[in-house]
Design a protein around this ligand. Structure first.
Ligand code: ZN
Length: 176
């Protein structure tokens, strides 16, 4: 026999079920239709992540310590205008630089990937004018601080100032 339970609320608030024959005269939709969605807001055009914009000079970061790479890229993404001049350097090139007086050591941190050279870019061109190295140095130092990477600037050296030169300190975990 087909029937259904009709639940009634008694005067004292209790529920009382009665059996009734036939089809239930009320239907309860247990899956009510979702309310209409408000019209979707027009999405903002996505800004490309700076990580996806690779500049040609960043190829020079191949073989450079990842901590130093983070500092260089952070400085760039934060708006510093510079070109990466050199990263990892071969022994042969280092020997050439020493003989031509451009470097004074065969223990350069470029040989182990712990140094990079950065030159400020002004009006689209690299400049060797010292006045532009100081503001760049501030930005690179700020980027290093933000990345938690200790860094040394050749411009802070006393005996042989090297404006484009940046290196990780010669201590663990940045030893060769
Ligand atoms: Zn250098």
């Amino acid at each position: 026999m087909r029937g259904f339970l009709r639940w009634l609320t008694g005067k004292d608030g209790s529920s009382v079920a009665t059996w009734e024959e036939g089809e239930p005269d009320i239907t309860v939709d247990v899956h009510p239709a979702a309310p209409p969605k408000p019209p979707a807001a027009k999405p903002e055009p996505a800004k490309p992540s700076p990580a996806l914009i690779v500049q040609k000079d960043e190829l020079l970061l191949v073989g450079v310590h990842p901590g130093l790479v983070r500092v260089v890229l952070r400085a760039r993404w934060d708006g510093a205008a510079f070109r990466i001049i050199e990263g990892l350097r071969s022994k042969e090139r280092q020997a050439m630089m020493v003989s031509s007086g451009k470097s004074q050591t065969m223990k350069s941190r470029h040989l182990t990937g712990h140094a990079v050279d950065l030159a400020p870019v002004v009006g689209g061109s690299v400049t060797w004018d010292w006045t532009h190295y100081y503001p760049l140095a501030e930005r690179v130092k700020a980027a290093a601080k933000a990345e938690g990477v200790p860094i040394e600037w050749g411009g802070d050296w006393i005996s042989f100032k090297d404006g484009p030169h940046w290196q990780l300190p010669m201590r663990a975990p940045y030893l060769a």
